[in-house]
Design a protein around this ligand. Structure first.
Ligand SMILES: *Cc1c(COP(=O)(O)O)cnc(C)c1O
Length: 360
């Protein structure tokens, strides 16, 4: 069967050259006579894989040396607990911005460990925008502030990163890491589940400023203490070895494509193809306010529930899969992460145009 265009929000498409490389190396990685899945995480051959992966992340994202790069497990969802456990400190209070379901989950988890203040929310309009934020809104005596840079379900993203002054800024970047250039120094901690833009599920990337390490609450389980993982170069216990290896191949592919700045250019081009069509369509429309439109997750609806259903059915049969929107927005959602080629978006839009002609 031919490969499909997979618009899933996650796990999502991987670049084809990465899958090919992995298949070539499946039985015998670099003359080791074993697959990466079978080798000891303490072997020399694996040590090189994890060290190279870290060096590539640092290069691709411009991560300064005073930040640790950690390869963890438990998904972005475990970070909802690890962040308060590690960063609340003595003050035990934090500022959160509520821009969707993932923010909400982060908030409800943090509340178990201290006081959470919701600085701003976009819930009044079903999270179709990002609230305006300025420095005066943040409590400078809190432990940290938390934002979700890209809201996977609602399809919004921050057009600018808020200035939180000296308050450490924590960002859930699960669905737009590596998709556009960010100045890492604006953040105290960045985290992302791998399965959207980095690699396979099972790996969670954490980038943390080193001065924030070693301050976990006494009750913090050893596996949830960033400092333990930092001191052990992410090898305190067995890491998600194979996911780290595939992620290394993905970053190599990103670098070969021209790096994150070039990915951003391509992502802007892809998103523009779909948004331009949606803005001019008589059948479909986007659900997000223009300045906050995500480059990665694009929700849209047809003029009736019946047409939504028919569109999804016909698109699936034509090889455009996983376009069904999240139940909280309805309609459709096209997730077009780094690995989705421009051609995939072009062909989807051609398909939508044809559907529009037949149904408008
Ligand atoms: C997918 C996602 C999560 C949850 O990730 P898991 O790895 O499944 O825990 C959290 N935040 C955002 C923004 C996401 O897109």
């Amino acid at each position: 069967m031919a490969r499909v265009y997979n618009f899933s929000a996650g796990p999502s498409m991987l670049p084809e050259p990465v899958l090919q490389q992995a298949s070539l190396e499946m039985l015998d990685y670099a003359g080791s006579g074993q697959s990466v899945m079978e080798m000891s995480h303490r072997s020399k051959v694996y040590e090189k894989i994890i060290n190279d992966a870290e060096a590539l992340f640092r290069e691709a994202m411009g991560i300064p040396s005073d930040y640790a790069v950690l390869f963890l497990q438990g998904g972005a969802s475990l970070q909802f607990s690890m962040i308060p456990l590690n960063l609340f400190g003595e003050k035990k209070k934090a500022d959160y911005v509520n821009t969707g379901m993932w923010s909400k989950k982060a908030i409800s988890e943090a509340k178990k460990y201290g006081t959470v203040r919701v600085v701003a929310t976009s819930e009044d309009k079903n999270f179709s925008y990002i609230p305006r934020l300025d420095k005066s809104m943040f409590d400078q005596t809190a432990s940290y502030a938390h934002i979700t840079t890209n809201n996977t379900i609602f399809g919004t993203k921050y057009d600018t990163i808020p200035d939180t002054g000296d308050l450490p800024l924590v960002a859930d970047m699960s669905s737009n890491i590596l998709s556009e250039v960010y100045d890492i120094k604006k953040f105290a901690l960045i985290y992302a589940g791998a399965q959207k833009n980095i690699g396979p599920a099972g790996l969670t990337l954490v980038i943390i400023r080193k001065d924030l390490l070693g301050k976990a609450m006494g009750i913090t389980p050893v596996m949830l203490d960033y400092n333990i993982h930092a001191e052990n170069q992410s090898l305190y216990n067995t890491p998600p070895c194979y996911s780290i290896y595939i992620s290394k191949l993905v970053i190599e592919w990103v670098m070969k494509m021209g790096g994150v700045a070039e990915m951003e250019k391509i992502n802007r081009e892809k998103a523009a193809i779909l948004y331009d069509y949606l803005d001019n369509s008589r059948l479909f429309k986007g659900t997000v306010e223009k300045p906050y439109r995500s480059l990665m997750n694009i929700p849209f609806v047809a003029s009736s529930e019946q047409l939504n259903e028919e569109f999804i059915k016909k698109a699936t049969a034509a090889g455009f899969i996983n376009l069904k929107g999240h139940r909280s927005v309805g309609g459709m959602r096209a997730s077009i992460y780094n690995a989705m080629p421009v051609e995939g978006v072009r062909k989807l839009v051609d398909f939508m145009k044809k559907f529009e002609t037949e149904h408008a």
